[in-house]
Design a protein around this ligand. Structure first.
Ligand code: NAP
Ligand code: ZN
Length: 353
């Protein structure tokens, strides 16, 4: 198998999920490939689920990272839309068939042949490795352009968390400004959900597991209301008031109390990948004509769009930038709900050990 440049990634070796430096080679640069030096990589809760084998079978050594911003260092000879030095991004998928209905409808994230950015088998039989790594090589179809106005570290979380919130809201709601939104779980995806829903003109209620983020949500993120999910009084007062809830919770939770917050025909959009089953009472769904649906990241087009939307509206997320050797601590802090609201690894500025 032809080998390309040597890189250092931070890999998990077992289900403890502990990451340590791992040296490997990229594939040889193909005609359609973009090779980039990684500048920043966002840390998503999915990374933690995957390194621990909670939601997919892990292939160790496993280098996570699918919110990757980099600087182009080399291009295959058929690549015309980028040049060396461009700042680019890669999200959750690095391949799809291009032929199926999902691909033809520009929803390639649902293609049955899609290849995920890491922990998947690539077309050449290698296991894909993600952006907690000094460089990556990705087919140009799955590489987006970071707008000049956007700082690369701000762009990183948009490539998964941001587009995960943007895509379903765009699909269902973009044209309707009078909507009442609920964002369940104020973490990486949730806080971007608040900012994006507000930028679309919706009235936004954060539904959180504690009171700790109330002030920040209302004063810094621009939410209109805040509910603590364990406060039965608050929850009851808000019954039948929301058009949709974006559910970002990464752990099992009963849905009934959230379903009752929805108006007739309202939707719970599940994006949190809880590894254990979610429960609900059928009559809560039936009597309010309520819906439960899922959504997986967004298309490449959606990804480019959220970057432009963010840059155009001058939006800012709340991120904590850390060096890559802090990643294990970042995982622990994310797990204990101690991050405001997204870790971004300064990969290029780190010593890889
Ligand atoms: P995160 O930063 O850890 O945020 C999750 C938030 O959920 C927490 O901040 C917390 O907010 C709330 N929460 C409630 N119960 C919790 C519990 N038992 N454990 C931890 N958090 C709890 O995670 P994230 O990166 O936003 O990701 C959220 C979920 O979405 C993950 O499951 C991830 O895999 C998934 N995801 C899915 C997609 C997709 O395409 N569908 C894309 C990206 C991520 P409060 O303090 O407000 O309660
Ligand atoms: Zn396809």
């Amino acid at each position: 198998m032809a080998e390309g440049r040597k890189v250092i990634g931070w890999a998990a070796r077992d289900s403890s999920g502990h990451l340590s430096p791992h040296s490997f080679n990229l594939r040889k640069t193909g005609e359609e490939d973009v090779v980039f030096k990684v500048l920043y990589s966002g840390v998503d809760h999915t990374d933690l689920h995957v390194v621990r084998g909670e939601i997919h079978s892990p292939n160790y050594p496993l280098v996570p990272g699918h919110e990757v911003v980099g600087e182009v260092v080399e291009l295959g000879k058929e690549v015309k839309k980028f040049k060396v030095g461009d700042i680019v991004g890669v999200g959750c998928i690095i391949w799809s068939c291009g032929e199926c209905l999902s691909c033809k409808s520009k929803m390639e994230q649902y293609c049955h042949e899609r290849i995920l950015t890491y922990n998947a088998i690539d077309k050449d039989g290698r296991i894909t490795q993600g952006g907690f790594s000094s460089a990556m090589v990705v087919n140009q179809r799955f590489v987006v352009r970071i707008p000049d106005k956007l700082a690369p570290e701000q762009a990183a979380p948009l490539l998964c968390a941001g587009v995960t919130a943007y895509s379903p809201l765009k699909q269902f709601y973009l044209s309707n400004k009078a909507l009442k939104a609920g964002i369940l779980g104020l973490g990486g995806v949730g806080h971007l959900g608040v900012i994006i829903a507000k930028a679309m003109g919706h009235h936004v209620t954060v539904i959180s597991s504690s009171d700790k983020k109330r002030e920040e949500a209302l004063e810094h993120l621009g939410a209109d209301a805040f509910l603590v999910s364990s406060n039965a009084d608050e929850m009851e007062k808000a019954a039948n008031s929301l058009d949709y809830i974006l559910d970002t919770v990464p752990a099992g939770h009963p849905l009934d109390s959230y379903l009752s917050l929805l108006k007739v025909d309202g939707k719970v959009i599940i994006v949190g990948a809880a590894p254990t089953p979610l429960q609900f009472i059928a009559s809560d769904l039936i009597t309010g004509k309520r819906n439960i649906c899922g959504s997986f990241v967004g298309s490449i087009e959606d990804t480019q769009e959220i970057l432009e939307f963010w840059a155009e509206k001058g939006l800012t997320s709340m991120i904590e930038i850390v060096k890559i050797d802090y990643v294990n601590e970042a995982f622990k802090r994310m797990e204990r709900n101690d991050v405001r609201y997204r870790f971004v690894l300064d990969v290029a500025g780190s010593n890889h050990g």
